[in-house]
Design a protein around this ligand. Structure first.
Ligand SMILES: CC(C)(COP(=O)(O)OP(=O)(O)OC[C@H]1O[C@@H](n2cnc3c(N)ncnc32)[C@H](O)[C@@H]1OP(=O)(O)O)[C@@H](O)C(=O)NCCC(=O)NCCS
Length: 180
């Protein structure tokens, strides 16, 4: 069996244009907490904050040398050994299974490099793809934040998910079967 050529690498200056195009696309904005069109200046300030911030990381997911998506790790809490993750595939023609490959690399980083105890994911309640994705990956549903996000004149519910380090070996084995 040949391993796919996949990696996560930190976001760099050269990625900023592509990232902004992805983030401002209708498909991605629809699933984010904030859905306004992000300006170049806002985007640059985000990147400058990111380079200074010790509690947030952003990674490009590449397959066969092509950037396909992004993973953000933020709210890094070293006292409680947990962080939040956020992600999306920016390219609409990413091969099926790309999301699972991206998650495998991100979770391996969280549990094996950062050695965290818990990773938390949040999805808007209407985002059935993200909810199914978290469940398929092995996250547990921890609850629902009611009317948590105000967008376009209405309050939206958020579903909370988490994965613990003790579950990582089992999840890792199952993801490796699927995506390596
Ligand atoms: C969520 C996302 C990363 C999944 O990527 P993907 O490449 O489709 O994922 P995979 O092909 O590896 O599929 C993994 C699982 O995700 C779920 N899934 C993916 N697309 C789905 C869809 N359109 N509807 C329902 N479930 C879906 C399924 O459970 C799937 O497993 P299955 O095919 O065995 O049923 C991708 O759809 C995405 O970037 N969405 C837009 C941004 C977004 O919502 N980000 C999350 C914000 S919380």
């Amino acid at each position: 069996m040949t391993s796919p050529n996949i990696l996560l690498r930190p976001v760099e200056e050269r990625d900023l244009e592509l990232l902004l195009a992805w983030r401002n696309s209708e498909r991605i904005r629809a699933n984010m907490y904030t859905d306004h069109i992000i300006t170049w200046e806002e985007h640059r300030s985000w990147f400058e904050r990111l380079t200074r911030d010790k509690e947030s990381f952003a990674f490009i997911f590449e397959a066969e040398g092509r950037p396909l998506g992004v993973v953000n790790l933020n709210h890094m809490d070293r006292a409680n050994n947990r962080c939040h993750w956020g992600f999306y595939l920016g390219e609409t023609d990413a091969p099926k299974g790309s999301g699972t490959q991206m998650a495998y690399l991100a979770l391996r980083h969280v549990f094996e490099e950062l050695k965290l105890h818990k990773v938390i994911g949040e999805a808007l309640a209407f985002n059935s793809a993200s909810i199914a994705y978290h469940e398929k990956l092995g996250f547990s549903r921890e609850g629902q934040l009611v009317e948590h996000v105000f967008r376009d004149g209405s309050y939206l519910d958020v579903i909370c998910f988490a994965l613990l380090s003790r579950d990582w070996p089992r999840v890792k084995a199952s993801l490796e079967k699927k995506c390596l």
